[in-house]
Design a binder for this molecule. Structure first.
Ligand SMILES: [Zn+2]
Length: 328
C-alpha cells in the first residue's frame, strides 16, 4: 500500500481526524467523490488508522508499528473485513453482506476499532443493501462500517441516512497541474492530459502521450467527416480496432465543453490551444439546438455499448450521430 498523502485529501482527512480526536466517530462512514479522486487509497488509510492501536498524535495516521498495523499490512488483521466485487461478478450479493453480520458477532482481537469496508458500496444489489441496514443500525461497540461510492444517487436513502458523509473533491486545476509537474517533470501536454482525465491528476499520471495523440487524431478525423473530406466508412474502418468506450468518453467531454461554450462565452479559454481550435470548429459545425441532442445520444450510446454489434458498424453509427446533427 502506498504511504503517499495527496494534498487534495487533506481537508477530508482533517474532518475525519478531528472527529476521531473528539471521540465522535460515527458507526458508518460513506466516503464519496468522483472517479479518480483516490477513494480507494483514502479508504485504506481510514481503515488502517482505525485498526491501529496507537495512531500518531494529531494526524491520527496509523503508526505502522503495532500489531493492528502489522497484521493489516500482511492482510491478516482479524478485526477487519473487506467486501468487494467477487471475480467476474457485477454486483455485491446478499451472501457477502450476511458474512458481515457474522463477522460483527465475533469479539475484537486488538485494542482498536473493528472495521468493515464495502468498496464500492454502489455495487450492492437491492437485497444486499437491505440486508446491510440492520448492521448499520447496530454494528456493535467500537465498530465502524466504511462504504465508498462514486455516485451517491446509487445508494439507497436508508443507507445514506444511517451514514456520515465524507466527501473527497478533485484538486483545483492549477494546483493539480503544479502537482503533476512535480511528479513527472518531463510530462508533456499536462493541461490536455488533465482534461481527458476528468480533472483527476491520478488518472492523468497514468495516461500516455500516445493516448493524447490518438485523441487529436480522432478529433481531426471527426472534423474531416463533418466537412465531407473523407467517407464515414473509411474512418470507421481506420478506428475499428480502437476502444469504443474511450472514443465515446472523449467525444462526451468535447460535447460538454461545446455546451459550456454555448452557455458561458469564455469557458473555452481554459482549453489548450489545440482543444480550442478543434472545439471552435466542432462548435461551428453543430447548431446550438442540436448540441444537447448529440450529447445525450453519445451518453446513451456509451450506456448500451455492450450490446454487441460489429465494431466497424458501431463506429459508423457513432460518427453518423455527428453527421445527423450537422446541417450541411
Ligand atoms: Zn499502529
Amino acid at each position: 500500500m502506498s504511504s503517499e498523502n495527496y494534498f487534495w485529501h487533506k481537508k477530508t482527512w482533517d474532518q475525519f481526524s478531528s472527529a476521531y480526536a473528539q471521540n465522535h466517530l460515527p458507526h458508518a462512514i460513506l466516503l464519496t467523490g468522483p472517479q479518480g479522486v483516490g477513494k480507494s487509497l483514502f479508504s485504506q488509510k481510514l481503515v488502517k488508522s482505525l485498526l491501529c492501536e496507537n495512531p500518531v498524535a494529531e494526524s491520527w495516521h496509523a503508526c505502522n508499528q503495532c500489531q493492528g498495523c502489522k497484521t493489516y499490512d500482511s492482510g491478516a488483521n482479524p478485526d477487519f473485513m473487506s467486501v468487494q466485487l467477487l471475480e467476474e461478478k457485477q454486483q455485491i450479493g446478499v451472501d457477502q453482506i450476511r458474512q458481515v453480520s457474522r463477522f460483527l458477532s465475533y469479539s475484537r482481537s486488538f485494542n482498536a476499532y473493528r472495521v468493515v469496508l464495502i468498496h464500492p458500496a454502489e455495487r450492492m444489489n437491492q437485497h444486499a443493501a437491505n440486508s446491510l441496514l440492520k448492521s448499520l443500525e447496530e454494528p456493535g461497540d467500537n465498530t465502524i462500517i466504511i462504504l465508498t461510492a462514486t455516485h451517491l444517487s446509487n445508494i439507497i436513502p436508508t443507507i445514506k441516512s444511517r451514514s456520515q458523509l465524507l466527501i473527497l473533491s478533485m484538486p483545483e486545476r492549477n494546483r493539480a497541474i503544479e502537482w503533476l509537474r512535480t511528479q513527472k517533470p518531463d510530462l508533456e501536454n499536462i493541461e490536455e492530459l488533465l482534461e481527458i482525465s476528468h480533472g483527476s491528476p491520478l488518472i492523468a499520471l497514468n495516461t500516455s502521450a500516445e493516448t493524447i495523440e490518438k485523441r487529436k487524431e480522432l478529433a481531426t478525423d471527426l472534423l474531416d467527416v463533418l466537412e465531407k473530406n473523407v467517407s464515414l466508412t473509411e474512418i470507421a474502418k481506420k478506428w475499428e480496432k480502437f476502444d469504443l468506450e474511450t472514443m465515446l468518453d472523449w467525444q462526451i467531454i468535447w460535447l460538454q465543453n461545446i455546451l459550456k461554450r454555448s452557455s458561458t462565452a469564455n469557458s473555452i479559454s481554459l482549453q489548450s490551444a489545440f482543444q480550442s481550435k478543434i472545439l471552435a470548429k466542432l462548435y461551428k459545425e453543430i447548431p446550438v439546438n442540436s448540441q444537447w441532442d448529440l450529447y445525450q445520444q453519445l451518453v446513451l450510446k456509451k450506456k448500451i455499448l455492450h450490446t454487441s454489434v460489429n465494431a466497424q458498424i458501431n463506429i459508423e453509427n457513432m460518427l453518423s450521430l455527428w453527421l445527423k446533427e450537422s446541417p450541411i
